[in-house]
Design a binder for this molecule. Structure first.
Ligand SMILES: Nc1ncnc2c1ncn2[C@@H]1O[C@H](COP(=O)(O)OP(=O)(O)OP(=O)(O)O)[C@@H](O)[C@H]1O
Length: 256
């Protein structure tokens, strides 16, 4: 199996605080990899570095074999590496469908997504984008709220819409940063099921930061535990939960 993301010996400090410390992680293509760790472990900082939001002080990052260490976020977006947070929050005064149509897309027409949904004759680019947005709405079972103003959607529906916006850009890898936060249990199951379908049916790779252990257990293999800016251990959720060092550093002290 190939690694679609390879982070090697990355370090990052903010002032005197070393937040990422000689950290190396690999994300296998086609996996849903979890990234967990106590508050302040450096998870979001590592996401920001991978997604090109700010540079590492040292180390390298490869995406699909290409050195992306110095490539900014907007270029990574077009290469298919997306962070949910990176995509603007919903435009509350526009409908759910219009929100999807706002995502800058790749008009190649040869994307995995288009191949999957086999849209009919495309008469114009706008019609194609609209059709694609409708397919995304359909995929996520949001048809009943497609004309609703995004600002009126529930927390969980907004998260589904956020996932939908990543789909509009035909990603290869999606970095999900605490997508379960504020989502009720029923919609959380929809969110989990949709992430699994995107992984299995469309081949998306996911790297997931999550404090919700239930979600991590259902979705992720492997799970990487970050502590004080470096990898403490990596394994299946069972291995992680049975690892004494992890229990001590994470489950023992954190009430998540
Ligand atoms: N832009 C910044 N400037 C200064 N310090 C920062 C900055 N971003 C993060 N930090 C610090 O880096 C450390 C790691 O933060 P980070 O958000 O990456 O951790 P985390 O594992 O995602 O935590 P949480 O689970 O609470 O979200 C924290 O001590 C935080 O205060």
């Amino acid at each position: 199996m190939t690694n679609i993301i390879d982070v090697k010996n990355v370090s990052k400090s903010f002032g005197h605080l070393k937040v990422i410390n000689d950290c190396s992680i690999a994300v296998e293509e086609g996996s849903i990899t979890g990234l967990i760790g106590p508050n302040g472990a450096g998870k979001s900082t590592l996401f920001n570095i991978i997604a090109g939001a700010f540079p590492a002080d040292a180390g390298s990052i490869h995406f699909a074999g290409e050195d992306i260490t110095h490539i900014p976020a907007n270029q990574l977006f077009h290469k298919g590496l997306l962070r949910t947070f990176q995509i603007a929050h919903e435009f509350s005064h526009m409908s759910a469908l219009e929100n999807l149509m706002m995502v800058p897309g790749d008009q190649s027409g040869e994307s995995l997504f288009n191949a999957w949904f086999k849209p009919g004759l495309v008469r114009s680019e706008e019609l194609a984008v609209r059709q694609k947005a409708l397919d995304v709405i359909d995929f996520l079972s949001l048809g009943h709220v497609k004309n609703e103003l995004a600002g009126n959607l529930s927390g969980g529906q907004k998260k589904l819409l956020e996932l939908g916006r990543t789909m509009m850009a035909d990603p290869k890898v999606v970095l999900l940063d605490e997508i379960a936060a504020g989502v009720n249990r029923t919609l959380l199951q929809d969110l989990i099921a949709n992430i699994q379908r995107l992984n299995k049916e469309l081949g998306y790779t996911f790297l997931v930061i999550e404090h919700d252990m239930d979600m991590i257990a259902k979705l992720c293999n492997p799970v990487i535990v970050l502590a004080q800016g470096s990898v403490m251990v990596q394994g299946t959720i069972e291995e992680i939960q049975n690892n004494e060092e992890v229990v001590e550093a994470y489950f023992g002290t954190e009430a998540h």
